[in-house]
Design a protein around this ligand. Sequence first.
Ligand code: AMP
Ligand code: TRP
Length: 331
Amino acid sequence: MRIFSGIQPTGEKHLGNYIGAIRQYVEGQDRADPAIYCIVDLHAITVAFDPEELRKRLYDTTAILLASGLDPERCVLFRQSDVHEHTELCWLLAGVCAHGDLNRMHQFKEKSERQRELVSAGLFFYPVLQAADVLAYRADEVPVGEDQRQHIELMREIARRFNERFGEVLVVPEHRIPATGAKVMDLQEPERKMSTTVGADSGRVYLLDEPDAIRSKFGSAVTDSGREILRAPDKAGISNMIGILAVATDRSEQEVEAEFAEAGYGDFKKAVAEAVVEYLRPVREAYPAIREDEKNLERILATGAGRAREMASQTLGDVRAAMGVGVPPSG
Ligand code: AMP
Ligand code: TRP
């Protein structure tokens, strides 16, 4: 069974990324053969970016993943742009991807509305490259947060359409979206997901935030005018923190609700903050030494790219042959 997921090298990673995605990557390492994780720098260039910043962020994100527990001996960790097969497959798949489907992508609509200068063609094409990322490895399972559901649906459709037209070459992957924490909400605007780019810093908890920053962000988290600590549609802030506390302390949301049945919001928020301080401690403490050694990061990424290329080039050979592209296969 193969697992594949991608993560952008943009901004600083936050609690939503960790709970929705990164903790699943770590868990997948020992279940999959292999688990493949890709830092998607080619996706990051579809919105405004700075080249120097991009390099720096790529190392930041690599170090975050390693500090979170990805082990290069137990998974394949690499940089997307090092494996040219992704971009080639992207183009080949474009032939079976409907323009109308791309037009329906929520993320494209949201991101294109936010662009001040240029809505790039790359932004429109983003989901095709994402499909190529996964399909190049014939991955079975894709761990992601809720916001990626539509992109996974599209890649399934692309794989099905390819196989119908050219024969059974690609694997139709399944998403793996966690039952709790698939959509961590912003602490200041709990009707909206926690995001790297939208909203104030006080609404998102960075994985590298110091304990006092974490305490102050939860301390000022928006709740509601009631007093019950229960999940409910009109209690977005409290519901969000119940989910966060459940994940951080490895309990169910029901157990959290039961424990805090008699508590006030103030005490509850303090408990969530302390749990998150502890939950993120290993990442926060391991990060600086890992980030500092850029040579080691490059070495890990290069090894990962070598292993990734081996797998992806086999798929590309089959795709090209099935499509009648390039030199005919011998024999
Ligand atoms: P990105 O940083 O956009 O590449 O996202 C990396 C992963 O984090 C993806 O699998 C997203 O689905 C997931 N993710 C992003 N924001 C959230 C959130 N607020 N809650 C849960 N998962 C998230
Ligand atoms: N679009 C994903 C995000 O924003 C990142 C991504 C790129 C990805 N390629 C992928 C996720 C392949 C899963 C599989 O989070």
